[in-house]
Design a protein around this ligand. Structure first.
Ligand SMILES: Cc1cc2nc3c(=O)[nH]c(=O)nc-3n(C[C@H](O)[C@H](O)[C@H](O)COP(=O)(O)O)c2cc1C
Length: 199
């Protein structure tokens, strides 16, 4: 039995475009792997606090020297990292906001990209810990950004995923979803077709 962790991050719920893709992914995955565990963490609905001095203090200080707030922040970070460490498949589902990822997703990333936990320093260079896992990234974009220097989602997320050791990465983008129903349907159809090929 495998475990799938889905990170949802659109500010929208019912109206969200990429959430349709997430739902399709879940339906396909459940059909193909009925005994697998699927965990959904919605960082828009239940936002994770931004990184602050308490979180860094919680990470850096030894037990017994942490303040109450630092301990709380450390425990939250531990919960998020252990969810990620135990997942076999990570699905990150996100809207494009201002050419990049949502701030809610960034807050989650800041909790889980963690020295000594999801990557380690070696003599040569930092080394990712999450080897052998697979990542699927589902996005919705109002316009077109693939093959374009204005895409600050895919290169950024790819770099972070590689950094923590995930090398099997698939991106699926639903593009041009805000330029009328014809383009919208075409963009969603393209993404859903790609999705049927990867589960
Ligand atoms: C604040 C804001 C900023 C946006 N910035 C971009 C952008 O830079 N590029 C783009 O193609 N679409 C942009 N969009 C459009 C969204 O990417 C698009 O509506 C997408 O469907 C959002 O995903 P969702 O429907 O799953 O929430 C933006 C939308 C909002 C609300």
């Amino acid at each position: 039995m495998s475990s799938v962790l889905i990170i949802e991050s659109s500010a929208l719920q019912q109206e969200s475009v990429y959430r349709q893709l997430t739902q399709q992914f879940i339906n396909q995955w459940r059909t193909a792997n009925p005994t697998d565990q699927i965990i959904i963490r919605d960082v828009a609905l239940n936002p994770i606090p931004h990184m602050d001095a308490n979180l860094i203090g919680g990470w850096m200080k030894p037990a017994g020297q942490r303040s109450e707030n630092e301990q709380v922040c450390l425990e939250r970070s531990n919960e998020l990292t252990s969810e990620l460490l135990t997942a076999d498949v990570l699905v990150i589902a996100l809207p494009m906001y201002n050419f990049t990822i949502s701030s809610t997703l960034k807050a989650w990333l800041d909790h889980v990209i963690r020295a000594g936990v999801t990557f380690k320093y070696t003599h040569a260079r930092p080394q990712g810990v999450l080897t052998g896992k697979r990542a699927v990234v589902l996005t919705a974009r109002g316009g077109i950004h693939t093959d374009d220097t204005s895409d600050h989602q895919e290169p950024y997320l790819r770099q972070l995923l590689l950094f923590i050791g995930i090398h099997d990465i698939t991106f699926i983008h639903a593009e041009v979803v805000d330029l009328g129903s014809i383009f919208r349907e075409k963009g969603i159809r393209h993404a859903t077709t790609l999705l049927t090929q990867i589960v």
